[in-house]
Design a protein around this ligand. Structure first.
Ligand SMILES: C[S@@+](CC[C@H](N)C(=O)[O-])C[C@H]1O[C@@H](n2cnc3c(N)ncnc32)[C@H](O)[C@@H]1O
Length: 262
């Protein structure tokens, strides 16, 4: 067994479910149990599942500073991992809590809190859980202002400029990853956007934040996505716009994996 997952390499042929390629084509979201695609801007459960299979062990603590509809914690619970989730919006967290209650079993712990991940007191949460460190952090922030999640000024999707978004994101990485155990992993799921006819490479800008800190880059994975709700049933018009206005329609996002080295 490795130090950071439960894989037994004597049984490697049995792990067919685990992706080892850097291109993830996930055709259909897992909608089992309380998983659902209803929260605009959520990710498919297969993303946290793949990451936790590869980078965590049973009993580990997983921290999600952008909890949203709770996809990570539902999946963590199913996989025998403990989960801590932070979400800025109280109403969103209330809904998520109701879902988590339905999924929760006695073998795992879950702790959720309303707050701004930039300055929420993680240490206090860890004390309540009687732990000092977490073993994996999964970041699924707003892709800057592509989807506006709330009216709250502290919401990353309300950042007035890319610089402010990156500054806040950097502080969130610091506030959370100081509690990530050394030699363990974290991952960020992020996409890019067009603005005034040019690409804003949000993904690579965020990647650089990690590289300026104490992390080693372990993976850049490209994942497909199908029509978002906003573009549903509008294939033809988007194709026309792309051809007429010199852009490509985004069909991918990034999953970047980092290892904490200090
Ligand atoms: C992309 S969504 C995450 C979705 C989640 N992975 C899921 O599957 O439901 C980003 C979430 O971060 C929240 N958020 C934005 N700024 C935040 C901040 N400063 N602190 C904590 N949460 C924040 C938003 O309200 C939103 O729910």
């Amino acid at each position: 067994m490795s130090e950071y997952n439960d894989l037994d390499m004597k049984k490697w042929k049995e792990y067919e479910e685990i992706n080892t390629d850097s291109l993830w084509i996930i055709k259909k979201r897992d909608n089992t149990g309380t998983h659902s695609g209803d929260y605009h801007g959520n990710f498919v459960p297969q993303i946290p599942r793949q990451l936790m299979l590869r980078y965590t062990k049973k009993g580990d603590y997983i921290l999600d500073p952008f909890l949203g509809s709770g996809t990570t914690l539902i999946e963590a619970n199913r996989m025998g991992r403990n989960g801590i989730g932070i979400e800025l919006q109280k109403e969103v967290l209330e809904n998520t809590k109701n879902k988590l209650i339905l999924e929760k079993d006695d073998n795992t712990k879950m702790f959720i809190k309303v707050g701004d991940s930039e300055n929420v007191n993680i240490n206090k949460i860890l004390q309540k859980c009687k732990i000092e460190k977490v073993q994996f952090v999964i970041f699924h922030p707003p892709y800057w202002d592509i989807i506006k999640f709330s009216e709250d000024k502290r919401d990353l999707s309300n950042s007035k400029t890319l610089e402010i978004f990156l500054e806040k994101m950097s502080k969130i990485i610091d506030n959370t990853c100081k509690y990530l155990e050394k030699d363990r992993y974290c991952a960020v799921v992020i996409g890019d956007k067009y603005q005034n006819g040019e690409i804003i490479p949000i993904g690579f800008k965020v990647m650089n934040l990690f590289l300026e800190k104490n992390f080693k880059m372990k993976a850049i994975i490209v994942k497909n996505f199908e029509e978002t709700k906003g573009k549903f049933n509008q294939k033809a018009i988007w194709r026309y716009r792309a051809l007429a206005n010199d852009f490509y329609i985004f069909k991918h996002e990034y999953i970047m994996v980092f290892k904490k080295i200090k």
